[in-house]
Write a protein that binds this ligand. Sequence first.
Ligand code: RTP
Ligand code: MG
Length: 140
Amino acid sequence: MAVTRTFSIIKPDATRRNQTGAVTKMLEEAGLRVVASKRIQLSKEQAEGFYAVHKDRPFYGELCNFMTSGPVVVQVLEGEDAVKRNRDIMGATNPADAAPGTIRKELAESIEANSVHGSDSEENAATEIAFFFNDDEIVG
Ligand code: RTP
Ligand code: MG
């Protein structure tokens, strides 16, 4: 299995509850390496641009408000089959439906405040990484 990259966000509910380390520990224990990381405050424009794919969904406005409600940590993760590996450790979008041992089951608050974002395809991972990182900020 090839070593690939994916993009992750530790969302404002998790940074607010001081769970940046807890989330990162679970990612690392799942076999993912953090090859880039920065704590940032998303602007409204950044949140709207990042989530543009959801702009027609009923939760779009609330989601953008939530994602700008506090700091986030954006990360590039590297590992074998990184996109799927990350989605597996994240768990289902709604923490109530997430499997035991996943980040969302163990740490998240609600379907919106669900602690982490992870790219859902390698193509989207590349786009999302480029949205936040220059090549020289990623050290594999
Ligand atoms: P993500 O993009 O954050 O990794 O999560 P996901 O693929 O599991 O979920 P997606 O369908 O892409 O939705 C993006 C984010 O929107 C929020 N959401 N709220 N209120 C709602 O019904 C609802 N549905 C989705 C969540 O924060 C979700 O992660
Ligand atoms: Mg998604």
